[in-house]
Each structure stands twice: as C-alpha cells, then as structure tokens.
Design a protein around this ligand. Structure first.
Ligand code: ADP
Ligand code: MG
Length: 658
C-alpha cells in the first residue's frame, strides 16, 4: 500500500476497493451486476478508445442509458491508468444543470464505487461543498464550475471535464462551452466530454470543430400517447383526476406527474393522498413522493424507493406516484415508471431587456420536452403517456425546442463573471447562440451604474470584489457597501435569507428550521468572503434611530435600479421603466409608502413586486445620483417629485449659508 491506496496495476486484488483499500461490500457486487446491463456498458471499450484518441468527444444517449452515473467512472479508470502515480493530483468533473441532480447522482455513484460521499466521490453546489482532498470524481453544477474557473482560469485541478445535460442549454453551460474551447487550446492535456440526450447533437459537433460523436442506442419500450379532447382549464385538477383514473383502472406500474414548482407539488401530493384514502382499500396502497430542488437530500432519495407492497397477501399491488418538476424529464431517471402525466407546462425564465425584468413564468413546454417526458414511461416496459392538452395544440402551439436560456436571461451576472475571467470582448466571445446585443448592452449598463465596470467597460476594484460573491450583482453591491452604512451584519443576514427558500415565517407563525439552517450556512460563507476582502463586520446600535434607516439605505445602494413610486392615481410605477406594479400581498408594510425598492418582479396576470421596503426620495438622490441624474430622466411624476426635492434642498442650503 502507498498513501492509503492499494497499489494499482497487474497486482490489483479484485476483491479490494482500490479507492480505500477496503474489501468490497455485498451491495457493491449487487449494484455492479445491475450496472453492467446499462446500455453504455456495451460501448465501454469504444468510448475509452475514442477518449484516448481525442481531446473533445460528444456522447449522445437516451435518458437512462447510464451516461451520468457510468461514464465518469469509465473516465476515472482511463485517467488512472494514464497517471498511475497516486501522489499526483487528478480529478474528473461532471457538471449538472440542477443541484438536485448533482446531489442525487453523486450519492448514487459513491454507492456504486463503495466509498463515502464527500470522500473519493463528492459534489459541489452553490453554498455547499461536499468534497475533500481525497475527491477524484466531483459532480458539480455548471454554475459552480464557472465560479471555480474564476479562481483557476485553466481549471488545472481537472484532467477531464464532462459537461452533462448539454441539451438543456443552461446559461452556465453555454458560457462554459465558450470558455472551455479557449481552455482546451491552452491545455493540451485536458479532455472534454460533452454529454446530451438525443437533441441537437449535430449542433454541438459543429461548434466543437467536428469532434467525434458517439451514440448510445437507447432501449425504450413503446409508449402510447393520449391527448385530451378539449383543452383543460385547470391542469392541476386534471392531473389529479388522471392519477385517480390510472390508479383505479390501469394495471400495476408507477406514475410520474410533471408539475412546475414546490408549492404546487406539495399541494398536489396532499390532494392525491387524500383522494387515494377516500377511494378505499379495494385499490392498492399508494406512496406519493414529491421531487423538487429545495427538497432535503434524504427526501430526494425516496423517489428511488420501490412501490409499497400489498396491504395483505394477495391484495391489490401498491403504486408509487412521483410528483416532480422538470428534473425528472432528463436529469434523473426513475425505473419502474409506466404512466406519465404531462400537463404541458414548466417554470421557465423569461427576460424582457426593454423593461429589465427577469421572471420565472409557468410556460408551455416544447415538443422536444414533451417527447422526453413521454419517454420516461417506457423505461422498463411498454407504457402510457397522458398529455393534458389536445393533439392540435401539440402540433400547432408548442415550439419545436426550448430556447437556450442565454437568450432569455438577464446577463448582468454573466457579464461580470466573463469580465472577471478576463474576457473583455464580449461581442466576439464564441457563444453557441449569441445573446441579443440589447441584452448585452443592458448588462454592461447595469454593471456600470453599480460601479462594477468603468465607462470603458473595464472591471473596477469594486467589481472585482463584487464578482467574488456568488450572488447577483445588486445583492453583491449591497453587501460590499454595507460597512459604509454601518450595518454589514444585518445586510449579511438579509442576503442569506433572500438566497434561500421561504422560511414560512410570518405566514404560518412557524419557522422552518431547515430553511433557517440553510440561511445560516449561506451567511457564514458570505462572512468568509467579507473577511477575506477586509470588509468590516459592523452594526449600528440597535437602540439608535438610525438602525433601520442605515439598513434600508444600504439596500438602496444595491437596488436603486428597482425603485417604484406611488403615483397620485394610487398605483405604483417602476421608475424609468414605467411599469404599473402592485405590492405583493405577502408584503409586511402597514401602509403604502411613496417610494419602495423591491427584490423581485413577479409577472402574472397582474404585475407584482415582491419583498419590498420603503425608502426616501432624498436617499435616492444621495445614494444613486448617477442613475437618478434628473437632466437625463424621462418625464414622469417621479421626476417632478425628485426635482422638487432638489429645489427644496438648494433652498435649505442657501438659507443655512445666510
Ligand atoms: P443517463 O444519464 O443516461 O440518463 P443515469 O446514469 O442517470 O442515465 O441512470 C442510469 C441508471 O441508474 C438508471 O436506471 C437510474 O434509474 C439508475 N439510478 C440513478 N440514480 C439512482 C439512485 N439514486 N438509486 C437507484 N438507481 C439510480
Ligand atoms: Mg443523465
């Protein structure tokens, strides 16, 4: 043994785990047999040959063929043979667009390799790093890899980088594409594997200079597709009705339902459980499991539990019903699903650069998504997919593909990251799909107003520090300047709370301890960054009149581009962008202040601003004079009010002089 590792090579003991020197468990051998039946195993040698011969490789395979769990392990074997000296550091990275997938898959792979999660196999997601110096295989979100590149521009800790779920075309993956193309030129020893479900593979090939494309044939069983006769008015109600029909009339098999978010999913789970209980025990037992991104890891694993056994011997068999967001569309594969219910919606990011509003909106999915969803029903046997929309609507209304996220996002954060990475010429950056020039201009403008970029578009000292925070630029700015307002302790807490799920705080009069712990963890990490950059941790005396005023001023220093003014007509208008908005019913204000800043613009049938606090006109003029430069301000009531304030101040100044 050397360094705690069994010596590798011809003398390897096949019964001893080479990663930790322990004998393999029985479970390991069981899983290994199952793994060997996955389609990618049939092409293991072919894959390893192709990897050896090429710097970039594109691998396309149906969902569930074993790409995410097996390929990184194959790669690890190859890398290990190449560098048998264990004292030299090498690592394999595999990116995932979704944090749930990174966590769930890494746990599975740790189990497959018979090691503890966080040791040889780990994961890293925003605000949570579960890896160690022993880690050789790391699953991480694409956003996290991008952050790592900021500190390690050539990504030198990695020997092979696998960009998984490339077809999802998330913003971070698209930026990584362009970045890695550059890095590969400078690091001939680095290899890149791009993995994707069947879509768009040829496009990737064209982009990566004709890199070889390897296809893993799927093994899908036929899936029968049903449409509704008429459009459904309420897809949630229709989904629950369909579940009950399946449960009462269809042969055994688990059900997967696609819904759009945590609240809707929890609500649906309650309703389903209740209806199943009401149906009585002539039907089999049911286990309803939710799946969404903020679900704690132990709960996430439940989707892989088997369906419940019959209540009594010979009784009707049990069924598992998984109610999931899009994460079950391609990122996670649940075996045993026979019925899929597809209401045809998912939460998608939309961005309007004209009014600078980015929002998550429940929107119709694409044909490609619908196809992926129905495929989930045919994993283990022939299945059925119930689309809760008409066939006509499928043919005429659905887009063929989902637009890449980069074309529907606010790019301020991305531009700041790219600037920090030393990429100055954004117009010529090699984007697979270049974003609209207007969106790029908007991003540069926002960063300039925040003081992160100077007038020539160069990163300022402030911008450098802001980019160190894994937060959106406004929040980063608020944090960085908070010591000037003598309230960084409080702003840290506010930022941490805003970066996490809703703690149900005032609403139910209970505090969700998980959310509070998560926020506390985020806060600690932000504190570390503050300390690293010598940003003072301080508070105004709690009894001081200025305690809350200072906090609100610091918030304004970050969010001055998200101000709304109460017009004489009684409604709020966002300043400069002139959108009519309403205070979200969840607000905690006891009146309607003249000026408010908001954290979030919610696009629904009415436009709401959510998480708001009141500010003063005078502060606006003091804190953001460049943005509120009245000479170049569109005519509006807010402008007239601010002008009056200016005049009043001048008068007062004159008077005090006299
Ligand atoms: P792909 O990436 O090609 O879609 P995966 O590697 O994710 O395929 O999945 C391969 C197999 O591993 C699937 O049969 C899936 O159900 C199984 N699997 C993945 N994670 C788990 C888990 N946590 N528990 C049990 N099975 C799992
Ligand atoms: Mg996968």
């Amino acid at each position: 043994k050397t360094n705690g590792f069994a010596v590798h090579g011809n003398g390897t003991n096949p019964l001893v785990n080479r990663w930790n020197g322990r004998p393999y468990s029985k479970r390991y051998l069981e899983i290994l047999e199952k793994r060997k039946t996955l389609p990618v195993w049939h092409q293991k040698e072919e894959f390893l040959q192709a990897l050896k011969a090429n710097q970039t490789l594109i691998l396309v395979g149906e969902t569930g063929s074993g790409k995410t769990t097996q390929i990184p392990q194959f790669v690890l074997e190859a890398v290990e043979l190449e560098i048998p000296d264990k004292r030299r550091k090498f690592m394999v990275a595999c990116t995932q667009p979704r944090r749930v997938a990174a966590m769930s898959v890494s746990r599975r792979v740790a189990e497959e390799m018979d090691v503890n999660i966080g040791e040889e196999v780990g994961y890293s997601i925003r605000f949570e790093d579960c890896s160690s110096s022993r880690t050789v295989l790391k699953y991480l979100t694409d956003g996290t890899l991008l952050r790592e590149a900021m500190a390690d521009p050539l990504l030198e800790r990695y020997k092979v980088i696998i960009l998984d779920e490339a077809h999802e075309r998330t913003l971070a993956t698209d930026v990584l594409f362009g970045l890695l193309k550059e890095v590969l030129k400078n690091r001939p020893d680095l290899k890149l594997v791009v993995m994707s479900a069947t879509l768009e593979a040829e496009k990737f090939q064209g982009y990566f200079y004709g890199a070889p494309l390897m296809k893993v044939p799927g093994r899908l069983h036929p899936v029968e597709i049903f449409y509704t006769e008429e459009p459904e008015r309420d897809y949630l109600e229709a989904a629950i009705r369909t579940i009950m029909q399946i449960h009462m009339c269809e042969p055994p098999g688990d059900v997967l339902v696609f819904l759009t978010g945590e609240e809707e999913i929890e609500d649906a789970c309650k309703k389903i459980s209740k209806q199943v209980a009401n149906a009585g025990d002539v039907y089999g037992p049911v286990k309803v499991v939710p799946l969404y991104s903020t679900l704690p890891p132990a709960m996430q694993q439940k989707i892989f539990d088997p369906a419940p056994p019959p209540v009594m011997v010979g009784g009707p068999p049990g069924r598992k019903i998984v109610v999931s967001t899009n994460v079950a569309e391609t990122s996670l594969t649940i075996d045993g699903i026979v019925y899929v219910i597809d209401p045809g919606f998912s939460k998608q990011k939309v961005y309007n650069p004209r009014i600078r509003v980015e929002s998550l909106l429940v929107s119709p999915i694409s044909k490609a998504s619908a196809h992926q969803r129905s495929g989930r029903a045919g994993r283990t046997q022939p299945g059925k997919c119930f689309r809760l929309y008409t066939e006509k609507s499928f043919n005429n209304d659905l887009q063929p593909q989902t637009y890449p996220e980069i074309l529907r996002s606010n790019l301020a954060n991305t531009v700041l990251t790219l600037k920090k990475l030393g990429i100055d010429d954004l117009v010529h950056f090699d984007f697979m799909d270049p974003p609209a020039p207007e969106t790029l201009m908007r991003a540069l403008e926002v960063l300039n107003y925040l003081g992160a970029l100077d007038d020539d578009g160069n990163l300022t000292k402030l911008g450098e520090i802001m980019s160190e925070f894994p937060l959106d630029p406004q929040m980063a700015k608020m944090l960085v300047v908070s010591p000037e307002f003598n309230c960084s302790n409080e702003i840290l807490s506010i930022s941490a709370m805003l970066s996490n799920e809703d703690p149900a705080w005032c609403y139910e009069n209970f505090i969700n301890p998980r959310a509070m712990k998560a926020a506390d963890n985020v806060r600690e990490q932000l504190v570390r960054i503050m300390v690293r950059y010598n940003l003072k941790l301080c508070s105004t005396d709690f009894n001081s009149h200025d305690y809350y005023i200072n906090i609100r001023k610091a918030m304004l220093a970050g969010y001055f581009m998200q101000v709304a003014h109460l017009e004489r007509t009684g409604h709020y208008l966002t300043v400069k962008d002139k959108q009519v908005v309403h205070l979200h019913p969840s607000n905690c204000l006891n009146r309607k202040p003249e000026w408010v800043i908001y954290n979030e613009f919610v696009l629904t049938s009415r436009n709401f601003i959510r998480t708001v606090t009141d500010v003063h006109g005078e502060w606006i003029l003091d804190i953001a004079p460049r943005y509120f430069d009245l000479e170049n301000f569109p005519q509006c009531e807010a402008k007239r009010v601010l002008e009056k304030l200016c005049k009043k101040r001048e008068r007062e100044r004159e008077e005090s002089k006299n």
